[in-house]
Design a protein around this ligand. Sequence first.
Ligand SMILES: *[C@@H]1O[C@H](CO)[C@@H](O)[C@H](O)[C@H]1NC(C)=O
Ligand SMILES: *[C@@H]1O[C@H](CO)[C@@H](O)[C@H](O)[C@H]1NC(C)=O
Ligand SMILES: *[C@@H]1O[C@H](CO)[C@@H](O)[C@H](O)[C@H]1NC(C)=O
Ligand SMILES: *[C@@H]1O[C@H](CO)[C@@H](O)[C@H](O)[C@H]1NC(C)=O
Ligand SMILES: *[C@@H]1O[C@H](CO)[C@@H](O)[C@H](O)[C@H]1NC(C)=O
Length: 434
Amino acid sequence: MKSFGYILSAGLLSLASSTEAYSPDRPNDLDFTEAQAEAHNCGSVCQQNLRQYEALDRQVFGNIPFDYEFYETAANFSNSRPGDMLKLRQQNASAYDIPPGTSLWTMQYTSVGVGGENSTEPPPLVAYAHGTIGVVSACAASSSFNGYDYHSWQLLTGPGYAVVATDYAGLGNNYTSHKYGNPLLNSEDAYFSVVAARKAFPGVFTDKWAAVGHSQGAGTVWGLSENPRVVTKESGDYVGGVSIAPSSRLNDILTAVPLNVGWGFGNLVVNIFQALKFPIQPVVLTPEALARYPLMYELQLCDTSQAELNADLPNHGIVDFTPSITQHNHEAYIAFQNKYGAATGRKGYKELLVIQAIDDEVINVNATKAAYEDACKVGNIVHLSLYPGLDHDSSIAASAPEWLEWLDNKFAGVATRDSHRCVMETRSVLVDPL
Ligand SMILES: *[C@@H]1O[C@H](CO)[C@@H](O)[C@H](O)[C@H]1NC(C)=O
Ligand SMILES: *[C@@H]1O[C@H](CO)[C@@H](O)[C@H](O)[C@H]1NC(C)=O
Ligand SMILES: *[C@@H]1O[C@H](CO)[C@@H](O)[C@H](O)[C@H]1NC(C)=O
Ligand SMILES: *[C@@H]1O[C@H](CO)[C@@H](O)[C@H](O)[C@H]1NC(C)=O
Ligand SMILES: *[C@@H]1O[C@H](CO)[C@@H](O)[C@H](O)[C@H]1NC(C)=O
């Protein structure tokens, strides 16, 4: 229920630069002892990998120190309600690498905020839901030098959107553990980031709002379109969402790209089930890899270093998928996706634009087509655009002309020809072949 985030919105001036010079204090600080690693079956090669890949993770955050005090649970949290704003702080935008004239606010809510200053038209509000960054509290997107922009949320500031971007519960603040890849719960975090942002900046944004997400965040946005809260008035007028490379249905995704292929997700899939104390736990990691799993928490490893934690183990520490393990895991994945997934038969309340790269190496195109078909079968309005020549990370920026125009139309109330039916089409962009 409790979640934390940051808001960004276009305002006036100033540019930031990031320079690598000093080492700010962060929980993912590259410091660990040999004994600590050895205690978890992490020998010298594993330790070498950790140093190398933690350093890559650290580039995601740059020289921004982790604001321990800010991420601490607010004193007035215990009596608060979802959507309540608990802490609000304007950050020094020039310390960050964000577009000139963008102001940056961090908000803790039951969520961080940025205000669009005196524009005559209120800025249209978009909730942005980021892709995988990690599952431990150090991996807060709001604590990154560019707000964890990978040519993603910043695309929204040019056209003048105010962006409220959740960290998702459990990232940044650690009152609760993060629930990775969970369209239903992650959609609550995105939803309440909007409710709280309106309390932080009363009257500043348009009543209409929309959502845009990538990967984990695209599952979030798909979940949001099926979250009955979006038709209440509490958050304003939700007009629809853009879901790019959606992680909506776990079983389909892991069937199309099994973990022994997409091995970087082994620890994350364990998190999905363990953090929920889910009644069926899939069998994913070997005993050697499971012995290291606690290091992800102890050393606060974010996405790159957690993915490489088992790089020295046979098969990256992923178990041998015997038929019985495969069967057991499918049962776990299906039970999970039925309870927490999206596009599993629930009613969709608002229109959804889904963008999928045909060559996406993480979210398989067939899994997304199946999700589209199932959602349309129960009467939901989904537009699926397939892009040849793009991969998982390039799909967000390369498809921006389409989804920015789509958002524009939604906010302007322009009904498009296909507003009331499902459409799947292949789009083209000029790209260099992969
Ligand atoms: C919590 O405290 C902050 C700062 O004192 C205040 O701005 C905010 O409105 C409070 N929120 C609630 C829900 O009481
Ligand atoms: C804001 O950050 C810039 C760049 O790091 C720094 O030069 C400036 O002193 C900071 N301003 C404040 C008020 O802290
Ligand atoms: C914005 O509003 C403030 C205070 O109301 C005013 O001082 C400032 O000049 C305005 N800025 C612009 C660009 O309109
Ligand atoms: C949560 O964070 C606080 C302060 O940052 C730290 O003291 C505490 O040990 C953390 N708790 C967990 C469960 O990680
Ligand atoms: C999608 O499914 C089709 C038909 O089963 C298959 O030929 C194709 O290779 C699959 N595509 C991918 C990317 O897995």
